[in-house]
Design a protein around this ligand. Structure first.
Ligand code: PMP
Length: 403
């Protein structure tokens, strides 16, 4: 129908027959990624940046090649890519490494009501410590950012605009280049939580216009335990290391230390080495399909699901109702039914969806719900997964006497 390749054979876990619609939480892994990590661990593994022996050199080369692969994927420079434990660590590094250094009483941090807790709680913590205040861009009825309200809230006291690249609960994709342009005119730094964006849509960091960007490998077919903090070099230069220890120093005396060059000063301790190799393989896999194709596939499935779900009695869809500037995440509730019960019944139909607040409790309050059931799509999903979901939802509706 869309000409998108059937990739299911690459994902061993799908042999279980599961209709996996929880990639927004974490994606499944193709054999190409599993084999790359296995091969590396069997043939080239050692700690990096330490030994003069051949294995350590091979491991260091592989680790730095992964950094270059990420840089190329993002249209960034090699030294602007910092490996972290994941998007959460990346965002905390920015908040504590940059925010604690640069925010003063009276400064303002502007974020949004639809942020994942990872791009909200660190800013709350840093606001409390620095005396800066926190404000939030509201959303419109259909779950988009209210850009008029953003402009009203933006003034020269705003030092940071921290915004999601794509909402993990609603699928909304805000116009980050436009937001970044306005924020920069006001003199603010722009932080983008791209945990849901980078896995699903081509991102060129120069076009996006952000100063900092954060994402995780495990949502983009790669392993857990590694993520990326990208920063424009001038922004990274303003940032203090968030963690101290081995690998991140130039020199250490008993009372003092100086920092290694960027990016190493932000990578204290032994980094996720095998995971970097896995992330490299995941990016190769994504690129072999093409990010444009992947986004088109997500959008196709989203369009089909929005249409079929709207026919199911009692189902409410939260967030944008069309596919414009929207990714493959759909939050639903069913009248008179708990989201967790929905997820349990769907599980009985072999459909894996997430139920809960999706680490976006303030957003749930805005929507007036305690929880939603969330479908999220990725490269291995097909219309059959949507059919199975709709069948399960109709069954749930009958059980709960809806409609
Ligand atoms: N931001 C968003 C939008 C997310 O969806 C997630 C993961 N649910 C995170 C941040 C945090 O990512 P991680 O748990 O991999 O650190």
């Amino acid at each position: 129908m869309t000409g998108f390749p059937d990739l299911r054979a690459d994902f061993p876990i799908l042999e279980t027959g599961v209709h996996f619609l929880d990639s927004g939480a974490s994606s499944q892994k193709p054999i190409q990624v599993l084999e790359a990590m296995d091969r590396f661990a069997r043939t080239s593994y050692a700690n990096v940046h330490r030994g003069a022996y051949k294995l350590s050199v091979a491991a260091t080369d592989a680790y730095e090649a992964a950094r270059q692969r990420v840089a190329d994927f993002l249209g960034a420079d090699h030294d602007e890519v910092v490996f972290t434990r994941g998007a959460t660590t990346s965002l905390n590094s920015i908040a504590f490494g940059w925010g604690l250094e640069h925010l003063r009483p009276g400064d303002r941090i502007l974020t949004t009501v639809m942020e994942h807790h990872a791009n909200l709680v660190p800013w709350q913590m840093v606001a409390k410590r620095t005396g800066a205040t926190l404000d939030h861009i509201p959303i419109t009825e259909d779950g988009r950012l209210d850009l008029d309200a953003f402009l009203e809230k933006l003034d020269e006291r705003v030092r940071v605009v921290a915004v999601t690249g794509m909402s993990n609960a609603l699928g909304t994709i805000p116009d980050v280049p436009w937001i970044a342009g306005r924020a920069h005119e006001a003199g603010a730094r722009v932080v983008v939580d791209a945990a849901q964006l980078v896995p699903h849509r081509e991102v060129d960091v120069r076009e996006l216009g952000a100063d900092f960007l954060a994402f995780s490998s495990h949502k983009m077919l790669g392993p857990t335990g590694i993520g990326v903090l990208w920063g424009r070099m001038d922004a990274l230069e303003e940032m203090e290391p968030f963690e101290g220890g081995g690998e991140m120093i130039a020199d250490v005396t008993l009372h003092n230390a100086t920092w290694a060059p960027i990016p190493h000063r932000f990578e204290a301790g032994t980094p996720p080495i095998i995971e970097a190799v896995g992330l490299h393989a995941a990016i190769d896999y994504l690129d072999s399909i093409g990010m444009d194709q992947i986004f088109a596939h997500d959008q196709h499935l989203t369009a089909v699901a929005l249409e079929r779900l709207s026919d199911v009695p009692g189902v409410q869809i939260h967030g944008p109702r069309d596919t414009e500037n929207r990714g493959g995440v759909i939050s639903i509730t069913m009248d008179g039914t708990h989201a967790h019960d929905l997820a349990t019944i769907l599980d009985e139909h072999g459909v894996a969806v997430r139920a809960g607040h999706h680490c976006a409790k303030p957003l749930m309050r805005e929507l007036g719900v305690a929880a939603t059931a969330r479908l999220s799509f990725y490269v291995y999903n097909t219309e059959e997964d949507i059919d199975a979901t709709v069948t399960g939802l109709r069954k749930a509706g009958e059980l709960f006497g809806v409609g």
